[in-house]
Design a protein around this ligand. Sequence first.
Ligand code: PBG
Length: 324
Amino acid sequence: MPFPIQRPRRLRRTEALRGLVRETALSARSLVYPLFVCPGTNVKEEIRSMPGHFRWSVDLVVEECQRANDLGIPAVILFGIPEKKDEAGSGAYDPDGIVQRATRAVKKARPDLLVIGDVCLCEYTSHGHCGVLNGGEVENDRTLELLAKTALTQAEAGADIVAPSDMMDGRVARIRRELDAHGFNGTPILAYAAKYASGFYGPFREAAGSAPQFGDRKAYQMDPANQREALREIALDIEEGADVIMVKPALPFLDVLALARREFDIPLAAYQVSGEFSMVAAAAERGWIDRERILMESLISIRRAGADFILTYFAKEAARLLKC
Ligand code: PBG
């Protein structure tokens, strides 16, 4: 029955009516705050391409975590910038590495705040690739051993969740086996299951100094042109024991997120990555867009597409906005 009987505008007349029929909600409890940790003490160094985000030393990252948690944010994900990088990325799996130290300190100060460890080697390798090299290629199976060690040392340091972001084949199963063998069968794996080889990671690589020194990541991260392949990657990670699956980046890949939501019934996360943040920040700085509206609209869109929770550099700001 068309117009004039049907008038969808009737339910949009007031905020109370709109609120009554709103289909999607955003809450601070579904936000994860990404943080970069660096050596030293009393260091708070702004990341040029990510205004308002910093490289924090362990002492200061603890305080920042507490501020985020006070806003209702339940979880942080930690990325490390090591003292020195080497061929094998040994800083990633050093029991006393930067993320392991930060995890211990944060858990000590705030036992209830969830700490997620990003499991990857690229921030720790001298060549910037996500695994060990053999000639010009990243060698999959040898890399798995180092990823397993990384996840284990993070769990030992107190990480509540480990999140492999490397895109090696078989990493979820290998990490699951390692954790279980050492008494961490209760530690969930959040798998960056459909992670694309994306230009949107640019600012992150500046922040972490993790850009590949030669070539690119296309031989392990996914081709942005592919959607069916994402389903296959996700299905494999679930078979291997992933507890949560993730799509990354978020906004440019909402179709993948929506499809994943329809096809799989395990919890689904999305990563609104550094480039997504920086584009909004830059356009808002120029006065071209309304920062707060756009950040809230992008987050609700990611939720609407199907994400249960979102890793976002807007976490603190969104949590603040949701409070008022
Ligand atoms: C590590 C990792 C990256 C990001 C998360 N984990 C960088 C990359 O793959 O190059 C990107 C996150 C962001 O851009 O905010 N592999």
